[in-house]
Design a protein around this ligand. Structure first.
Ligand code: NAD
Length: 485
């Protein structure tokens, strides 16, 4: 019997599924049970070659189509994704372990938004006319060429769409390598794009670990690399791309501050902290994992937080009542449990959680530490799990300095009723994606990305267009050419 999450083959190249079992087998494990649901095979050099040469050949014709035609394909793909939201959400849950309650509203739907948004922009990607007396310059916004997308494991459908949609809207082709931990969903994105009318070869998926990613990044035919992953991987991929002078987008990790002032609405602030720490069981790059709470409301905040965190429903992710799923792998669970032990050893006060849940799968209880200080390991390193650190502060000036004292700069949030202060604080924080009286909203219309070690470039919004296209400038002389000799 085949499992419902069984893909037709490991790779999707030139408009069809392709298998090559000579590659390293990659077991796909369902995080809620530990059961192996299928196997995919890492791309062999022959598969990598097939994907790159196919994408290279397909790009020129795709770029020659009008923006309206390209946009129509993307918008059709968005419609198909929405129609199949339930099946795609179930697959996302198998791939990641995230509860269906989340995947039904956050994954294929977010992917469809990106396809629709960039499909809508595709026809309006124009240059400008720059008059210079009788002469003039015109500019053209052109595709970069062949793009490589490399994904992390937390949002496999969304990441494939956030990279694929703007790339294709601009007339590029793409070879996408999902994380080896969650290889299934991107294959469906490729299948849907073909069904929507994308020419074969425009969007391809190959599987594999870092080695396959490395082979893609260093290939001279590749013009751009867009990575979502950790900072250490980002440094390697950025360096490899620089060697070939390739364009890059780096969406990397974070240790973002969420600052809650005395005057904040407590329930909204608690809700923001929950969304910014426990959604997807904490496996979100932009999470506000350093929650700075002004001393005046600290105990009230902690009491309400503990009460509401106690309402999390851990259980079968396919049950829509479940609101909190497992860690994506056993390894990730052990990493997070290691951080929890460090928090206890270094003297943080455990408010709730702090243990592996007593059930099948890789579940960790949502965990809150209070009295965390800036030098503790749990306040400095990205954990990528359901571990919230609550730190105290007295003044605005102090909290801004402490919030910025990190190598990361992905996100930041502030809760206060004083709007002047809210804008001033956000203005002084070193972060790319910020929130006032909210946390972790990521609509496709808003630019998304980090500063400092958290990344380079932006995804989503019109900003993403700049990172998947380049400007050609053409000087047009009407008169004679003057030359020195
Ligand atoms: P990771 O860095 O281990 O892997 C990311 C991807 O890079 C995987 O597909 C992996 O196979 C590939 N890779 C690894 N080494 C490579 C190499 N040398 N060359 C090319 N590719 C290589 O990250 P992860 O564990 O999958 O994901 C978690 C990390 O991703 C966290 O740090 C998280 O913050 C970050 N993340 C960032 C965003 C964002 O948008 N900023 C979103 C999600 C996750």
């Amino acid at each position: 019997m085949t499992h419902p999450a069984q893909p037709k083959a490991s790779h999707f190249i030139n408009g069809e599924y392709v298998e090559d079992t000579a590659g390293t087998p990659i077991p796909v494990i369902y995080a809620a049970t530990g059961e192996q649901i299928t196997t995919v095979y890492a791309a062999t050099p022959a598969i990598v070659e097939q994907a790159l040469s196919t994408a290279k050949a397909a790009q020129k014709e795709w770029a020659k189509m009008t923006g309206t035609e390209r946009g129509r394909v993307l918008r059709r793909a968005a419609d198909i994704m929405r129609e199949r939201n339930h099946d795609l959400s179930v697959l996302e849950t198998y791939d990641t372990g995230k509860p269906l309650q989340e995947t039904l509203v956050a994954d294929a739907t977010s992917g469809a938004d990106a396809l629709e948004y960039f499909g809508g922009l595709a026809a309006s990607l124009t240059g400008e006319h720059i008059p210079l007396g009788e002469d003039w310059v015109y500019t053209k916004r052109e595709a970069l060429g062949l793009c490589v997308g490399i994904g992390a494991w937390n949002y496999p459908t969304q990441i494939a769409c956030w990279k694929g949609a703007p790339a294709l809207a601009c007339g590029n082709s793409m070879v996408f390598k999902p994380s080896e931990t969650t290889p299934l969903c991107a294959l469906k994105v490729a299948e849907i794009l073909i069904e929507a009318g994308a020419p074969a070869g425009v969007f391809n998926v190959v599987q594999g670990m870092g080695e396959v990613g490395g082979a893609l990044v260093t290939d001279p035919r590749v013009d751009k690399v867009s990575l979502t992953g950790s900072v250490p991987t980002g440094k390697k991929v950025y360096a490899a791309a620089a060697e070939g002078m390739k364009h890059v987008t780096m969406e990397l990790g974070g240790k973002s501050p969420l600052i809650i002032f005395d005057d904040a609405d407590i329930d909204n602030a608690v809700g923001g902290a929950i969304n910014g720490n426990f959604y997807s069981s904490g496996q979100v790059c932009s999470n506000g994992t350093r929650v700075f709470v002004q001393k005046g409301i600290k105990e009230k905040f902690l009491a309400r937080l503990a009460e509401r965190t106690g309402n999390a429903i851990l259980g079968d992710p396919m049950d829509e009542a479940t609101s909190f799923g497992p860690m994506v792998t056993e390894n990730q669970m052990n990493i997070v449990l290691g951080y929890i032990e460090k928090g206890k050893e270094e003297g943080a006060r455990l408010i709730c959680g702090g243990r592996r849940a007593d059930m099948d799968g890789y579940f960790i209880e949502p965990t809150v530490f209070a009295d965390v200080t800036d030098d503790m390991t749990i306040a400095r390193e990205e954990i990528f799990g359901p571990v919230m650190s609550v730190l105290d502060f007295d003044t605005e000036e102090e909290v801004v300095a402490r919030a910025n004292d990190t190598e990361f700069g992905l996100s930041a949030g502030v809760f206060t009723k004083d709007f002047t202060r809210a804008h001033r604080v956000i203005g002084n924080l070193e972060a790319g994606s910020c929130f006032i009286n909210s946390y972790n909203d990521a609509p496709v219309e808003a630019p998304f990305g980090g500063v400092k070690a958290s990344g380079v470039g932006r995804e989503n919004s019109k900003e993403a267009i700049k990172h998947f296209s380049q400007v050609k400038s053409v000087y047009v002389r009407m008169g004679d050419v003057e030359a020195a000799f």
